[in-house]
Design a binder for this molecule. Structure first.
Ligand SMILES: [Zn+2]
Ligand SMILES: [Zn+2]
Length: 133
């Protein structure tokens, strides 16, 4: 499977990918829809959703299914970890200081074969730390 630019990629799909890459906030499908709609007013939410799912299946982007939040999309397909603000829900990439893949740090996987890891840290973002409410 090649991840090279697909000449058959539709304008819609290319714009959805552009909007996702322009955003560092790990947007939901609704948020991407709002942005793409400014440029393609006739696009539907269903089309945006289908294209996001297709891009994720191709490995061009990453689908994030995290606890307690609406599914989000990540422009970066390589494995990485996240921190979420407990107050405003903002989600950012986090850098973990180990060269060992997290999955290899598991001592007892209860007999499971590990396929993938997704770590989500919970915290309070800088903006929320500065506000009193
Ligand atoms: Zn916050
Ligand atoms: Zn991310």
């Amino acid at each position: 499977m090649s991840q090279k630019r697909n000449p058959r990629m539709t304008i819609q799909r290319r714009m959805i990918l552009d909007e996702l890459r322009a955003s560092r906030s790990h947007p939901t499908a609704d948020e991407i829809y709002d942005r793409v709609r400014r440029r393609l007013p006739r696009i539907s939410l269903g089309t945006v959703y289908r294209n996001l799912e297709a891009l994720a299946s191709q490995g061009a982007i990453q689908r994030l299914d995290l606890a307690g939040v609406q599914r989000r999309f990540d422009h970066m397909p390589a494995p990485h970890h996240h921190i979420r603000c407990a107050r405003c829900g903002r989600l950012e990439d986090i850098v973990i200081g180990t060269s060992t893949p997290i999955g290899e740090l598991v001592r007892d996987a209860r007999g499971f074969k590990i396929l993938d890891v997704s770590l989500e840290f919970l915290g309070i973002c800088p903006e929320c730390q500065g506000s009193s409410d």
